[in-house]
Design a protein around this ligand. Structure first.
Ligand code: GAR
Length: 191
């Protein structure tokens, strides 16, 4: 991948499906001097709440229907190539990419996941951690592969589960850590 020289930042797309708190956080990070990325595009697979952050910061946005993965991925690839996107951050994007898509962005797609991987891949991570009486959960930033939540880990952070922890309280603690971890992971691999 192109190395950073001078003020040139890596053109990045963020994929979302939901609230977009990580998107908002990444946009804010991208505007700092130390950020190696500039967010040029937001893609969502539905009319997600988080798209409002693309509007707020006047970032290009696209909604791509992922009912047919192959068609959707090809549409995404066209847009990404056209805009010369070099790096992709998944931020609550609830779809899995095929190998065909990923090979176009080898080592250049990363994801954040609300558990201390390899524990609790997939959905409802906090509910499952609480049910199993875990002492901690956490969050992980990892490279994306075609296998769910399984690529090489870039950074991760443990979050303690306390005595009267609920799903809501645990999710709240984890998302707070996510917002620190995602920029740190980007700095780690792109600086
Ligand atoms: C985050 O907790 C993120 O880790 C999770 O979705 C949430 C999105 O929140 N991602 C996954 O579960 C992916 N496997 P946000 O829309 O407020 O950023």
């Amino acid at each position: 991948m192109e190395k950073l020289t001078g003020p040139k930042k890596i053109k990045t797309a963020v994929f979302i499906s939901g609230k977009g708190s990580n998107l908002n956080n990444l946009i804010k990070f991208s505007k700092t001097k130390k950020s190696p990325i500039i967010i040029d595009l937001v893609i969502s697979n539905r009319k997600a709440f988080g798209l409002k952050y693309a509007d707020k910061y006047k970032i290009n946005k696209r909604i791509i229907n992922f009912k047919n993965t192959k068609i959707a991925e090809n549409k995404c690839l066209l847009i990404l190539k056209k805009r010369n996107i070099q790096f992709i951050c998944l931020a609550g994007f609830m779809r899995i990419f095929s190998n065909n898509f990923i090979k176009n962005f080898k080592k250049r797609i990363i994801n954040i996941h609300p558990s201390y991987l390899p524990k609790y891949k997939g959905l409802n991570t906090s509910v499952r951690a609480l049910k199993n009486k875990e002492k901690f959960s956490g969050c992980t930033v990892h490279y994306v592969t075609a296998k769910l939540d399984s690529g090489n880990i870039i950074l991760q952070k443990k979050v303690k589960i306390t005595k009267n922890e609920t799903e809501t309280s645990l999710d709240k603690k984890i998302i707070k850590e996510e917002h620190k971890l995602y920029p740190a992971a980007i700095l780690k691999i792109l600086n």
